[in-house]
Design a protein around this ligand. Structure first.
Ligand code: ZN
Ligand code: FE
Length: 249
């Protein structure tokens, strides 16, 4: 296998991801939610950190940059907005490429949760790290961007191949499922929600997901179907997003 992804819980509901390019042995972390936890996992695995890939500037994603850089000397890349709180060696933009050994990550602009949020797509391995843009049965809140911007970002992720493995940055799925069931009565959603509640009862993660699963059941991607009278797809998305923001479930 050309790439190994090691996923572990961080902070209260974040996931840490350590990625190893098997050809070169080079290792990256996707975001830096908790420097001490990431260093502990690196030590346990016997891996050496080479690269930090940030998705956006929020402290639960870039807050460990400085400590990890000091401890490992890793190179930090990410959107320019990260410099609001943390050091950055290279600012990335849409269409840029980041190499981890022989593994190639394409940078996708997925702004909306924050204005500069980016995702990393490894097309050869069918893997995407999407930060706080797309969640299992959910999507990130619109802290900085517009509904139009977020809809464009989600549509872009939805256009990736169906079998793409999607690593989201938080375990929000059970709560997302409760909201999804309140706006969508599709049997496929009901079945997935039941499986999610059972997995969480057993303490199992519901991340990663796939593009196919999200297209079939994520109420934000299904917004135009769920709100057929909306003036546009982005408007339908805005309505579902607003409903989630006030949902008490
Ligand atoms: Zn965030
Ligand atoms: Fe986050």
């Amino acid at each position: 296998m050309p790439i190994t992804v090691h996923q572990f819980p961080c902070l209260s509901d974040n996931y840490g991801f350590l990625v190893r390019d098997e050809a070169s042995g080079q290792v990256a972390t996707i975001d830096t939610p908790d420097a001490e936890a990431i260093l502990a996992e690196l030590g346990r695995l016997g891996w050496t950190l080479d690269l930090i890939l940030n998705t956006h500037w929020h402290p639960d994603h870039a807050g460990g940059n400085e400590t990890l850089k000091a401890a490992t000397g890793a190179t930090i890349v990410g959107p320019r907005e990260v410099t609001r709180i943390a050091p950055l060696d290279r600012a990335l933009e849409d269409g840029d490429t980041v190499m981890l050994g022989q593994t190639r990550f394409e940078v996708l602009d997925t702004g909306g949760h924050t204005l500069g949020h980016i995702s990393y797509h490894d097309a050869a391995d069918g893997i995407a790290f999407v930060g706080d843009t797309l969640f299992a049965l959910g999507c990130g809140r619109l802290f900085e961007g517009t509904a139009e911007q977020m809809w464009a970002s989600l549509s872009r992720l939805a256009s990736l191949p169906d079998q793409t493995t999607v690593y989201c940055a938080h375990e929000y799925t059970a709560s997302n499922a409760r909201f999804a069931l309140s706006v969508d009565d599709a049997p496929t959603l009901k079945a997935r929600a039941d499986a999610i509640f059972a997995a969480r009862e057993r303490g199992e993660p519901t991340v990663p997901t796939t593009i196919a699963a999200e297209k079939a059941t994520n109420p934000f991607l299904r917004a135009p179907l769920l709100r057929p009278d909306a003036a546009s797809a982005a408007e339908a998305f805005a309505e579902i997003r607003a409903a989630k923001d006030t949902f008490k479930g």
